[in-house]
Design a protein around this ligand. Structure first.
Ligand SMILES: OCc1cccc(Br)n1
Length: 446
């Protein structure tokens, strides 16, 4: 850093910037722990991924929205013991406001829906691609930020909402070469849990906490699960019954347990029937152990998983019909999902499906004479005016250097501006793949 950093505007940071740095001291050029840079090659892959997110969302008629990365901490303070709460990236700003870097997008969506009120007709179909944060001790070396694709439907009470959302994710997978042999969706409903617990006198406040505990199945010993369930006032009998139901993998088995009259079984049956109509039955399976780790889900929940079982969940979502009232709004039926940018890339690497995304610049324009720099700039502007991508050589460079750069940027054509040709208003066009070259009038280079 050659100059002492200018003091930041007062009030713009949570703590005054450090005083002038000794410019001889080298700063750490790595990004903050748990965060990533996106140099060009990584950025091309990220743009490719996000472009697919956006194109699928628009294919389904969803509108893009976004929210501040920084939100009031209150948006994320829930008392169900979620990991997302323990890892909240929160602080007090210089106005003594408790704020947080958003760990997810759904609470912001709920806030905006309440803010918009009746001015937004239902059903709302919004999508977003946004960076989300968590503050996790780096002991586990995990990242502190990722980008999440979200799609949400507000105002549709029945499972056609969830069926539509799963269809959009299947569409996304197919677009990038992932098949139902690579990935599946485990589907269940929190109403399964609710109907089991309703057989026992479990306090309403225990429901969300029990879901968060059960979401740890497979991550902590089952004895620990039982201990934590006891701590939220579930009896041993309720726990045993619950664990037995959670091991179920067939709707028939579940129906035998719960009976066919409850909402859990009927909604799941309806969803599986809709999946048949959408044409993605081979992608989904019932799995009662799926509860997801967010407290606000109230019905159908689902998660995308890799069938080889090597990776963490690829995506997840479900119904959350009572989130708005937790922020003081009027409840509206709602469902949505989150899809992170990390696991999917790991899966594509595993399956050798990463796309080739080389830098491709159509033209490289170079003057052969230092006095023709202006002429070269004009040629570049004419081509750019026609929508042609141009890398203009800005310095006086030998042709050897120009050819090397042309190869590096995969240029298709080299446009040379030489004095003899320029006097006639012409330039030399060289097709780099074949070596063919010809003279052309500047205005006619297509
Ligand atoms: O999936 C939970 C999550 C939230 C924010 C940031 C990261 Br990395 N991961």
């Amino acid at each position: 850093v050659n100059e002492t950093p200018r003091a930041g505007r007062s009030g713009s940071v949570s703590s005054p910037p450090h005083q002038a740095v000794d410019y001889a001291q080298k700063i750490d050029v790595n990004p903050p722990k748990g965060t990533r840079d996106f140099p060009p090659e990584e950025m091309r892959l990220r743009n490719w991924l996000f472009q697919n997110f956006r194109e699928v969302s628009q294919l389904f008629g969803f509108e893009e929205v976004d929210y501040p990365v920084l939100e009031s901490e209150a948006l994320f303070i829930r008392k169900a013991g979620e990991e997302i709460r323990d890892q909240l990236y929160c602080f007090e700003d210089r106005g003594n406001r408790r704020v947080a870097l958003r760990p997810e997008l759904t609470p912001s969506l709920a806030r905006l829906v309440i803010q918009k009120g009746k001015s937004v007709p239902l059903p709302i179909k919004w999508f977003a691609v946004g960076q989300c944060w968590r503050y996790e001790r780096m002991t586990r070396g995990r990242r502190r930020e990722h980008y999440q694709w979200n799609m949400d439907i507000i105002g549709v009470p029945d499972v056609t909402g969830e069926a539509e959302l799963i269809s959009s994710i299947v569409t996304f997978f197919k677009r990038i070469g992932i098949t139902s042999k690579d990935v599946g969706f485990k589907i269940s409903s929190r109403k399964v849990l609710q109907e089991v617990l309703s057989l026992y006198s479990v306090p309403e406040t225990s429901f969300a906490k029990a879901c968060i505990i059960i979401d740890k199945m497979g991550k902590i010993p089952v004895e620990e699960i039982k201990k934590e369930l006891k701590s939220v006032e579930l009896s041993n009998e309720a726990i045993e019954d619950l664990l037995q139901v959670l091991s179920m993998k067939s709707l028939t088995e579940l129906e035998e347990k719960l009976g066919g009259g409850g909402e859990a079984v009927s909604e799941l049956k309806q969803l599986f029937s809709l999946a048949e109509k959408f044409g993605y039955s081979e992608w989904i399976q019932f799995d009662a152990s799926v509860v997801r780790g967010l407290a606000y889900y109230t019905g159908i929940v689902f998660e995308g998983f890799d069938r080889e079982g090597k990776l963490r969940a690829i995506c997840g979502g479900g119904r959350y019909d009572r989130l708005l009232s937790t922020f003081g709004g009027d409840d509206l039926p709602a469902c949505g999902f989150g899809f992170g940018d990390a696991v999917i890339i790991e899966l594509l690497k595993e399956r050798q499906l990463l796309p080739e995304l080389p830098l491709e610049v159509e033209n490289i324009v170079c003057s052969l004479d230092p006095d023709l720099k202006g002429a070269a700039a004009r040629v570049a502007s004419v081509l750019r005016g026609k929508g042609q991508c141009v890398d203009l050589v800005l310095e006086n460079k030998p042709l050897k250097w120009v050819f090397k750069r042309a190869a590096r940027i995969n240029a298709r054509r080299l446009i040379l501006v030489g004095s003899a040709e320029w006097e006639k208003g012409m330039v030399v066009v060289k097709i780099l793949s074949t070596g063919e070259q010809y003279e052309a009038n500047v205005d006619e280079v297509e």
